[in-house]
Design a protein around this ligand. Structure first.
Ligand code: URA
Length: 240
């Protein structure tokens, strides 16, 4: 039987065209182009309530230039009956290579925080505001770059389709990029975290920190405290 994480796995037929296109269009680092507004437009999502069809359509998305330097689209993942949807910023290096959201260091921290909070991770759906990895070369590494407003706007129709189909009881914005995408305004995460807010997409919308921000806290004591606060936010999901 497929695990909840496998439920949205694409068919080879769906992935092949994207892979072929990438093979033809991926550019070398020296010829990478910056995002140009003329290149971006809101993604066109098929009018369906079938998440598998939406997911397969996303695999060939070229709505903004980020697809050019990413390995693949990283669509959301989780059970169809998920009552909690987490929305992050964009896939990281590992997610980009493997095509699955929140499987790298930030995802592992999220898993640990959910377990500590007593929230069943297998019943959660995880996705991102932007579905392609944005990066710049730094030596041999691919360094995460924050997506800009044009890229977030171009990608919006994908997560809106996911949330509209899943109709979660609670929507959780992980970090400022997700919160801004969901609320359509700048959200001060540290002041608006920790209680439910109403958004267009869920009557119970929670804003909290992005798990990758905890990975960057250098001091061990401060890191432990930040983790505790993150867990306290996640505990609210059990009461919702
Ligand atoms: N950070 C995100 O926001 N999303 C991922 O999938 C991984 C890291």
């Amino acid at each position: 039987m497929r695990s909840p994480r496998d439920i949205n796995a694409p068919s080879e037929a769906a992935v092949a065209p994207a892979r072929a296109r990438r093979a033809g269009t991926t550019r070398s680092r020296s010829t990478q182009e910056p995002a140009r507004t003329a290149d971006a437009h809101p993604a066109e999502v098929p009018p369906t309530r079938d998440l598998t069809i939406v997911r397969e359509a996303s695999l060939t998305c070229t709505a903004c230039p980020l697809y050019r330097n990413a390995t693949q689209t990283v669509f959301g993942e989780g059970p169809r009956g998920a009552e909690i949807v987490f929305i992050g910023e964009q896939p990281g290096d590992q997610e980009d290579r493997e095509g699955r959201p929140f499987i790298g260091p930030a995802g592992k921290l999220l898993d640990r925080a959910l377990e500590t909070a007593g929230v069943d991770r297998s019943k959660c759906y995880v996705t991102n505001a932007v579905k392609h990895f944005k990066w710049e070369p730094r030596g041999k590494r691919r360094l995460h770059q924050k997506p800009n407003e044009i890229e977030v706007t171009a990608c919006r129709p994908w997560w809106i389709a996911e949330v509209s189909i899943l109709k979660p009881r609670v929507l959780v914005c992980l970090g400022a990029t997700a919160a801004r995408a969901v609320f359509g305004r700048v959200v001060k995460v540290m002041t608006e975290r920790g209680h439910f807010l109403e958004s267009t997409y869920a009557t119970r919308t929670l804003v909290t920190v992005h798990p990758s921000s905890l990975l960057r806290v250098p001091d061990a004591e401060a890191k432990a405290k930040a983790f505790e606060q993150f867990v306290a936010d996640l505990k609210l999901l059990k009461k919702a």
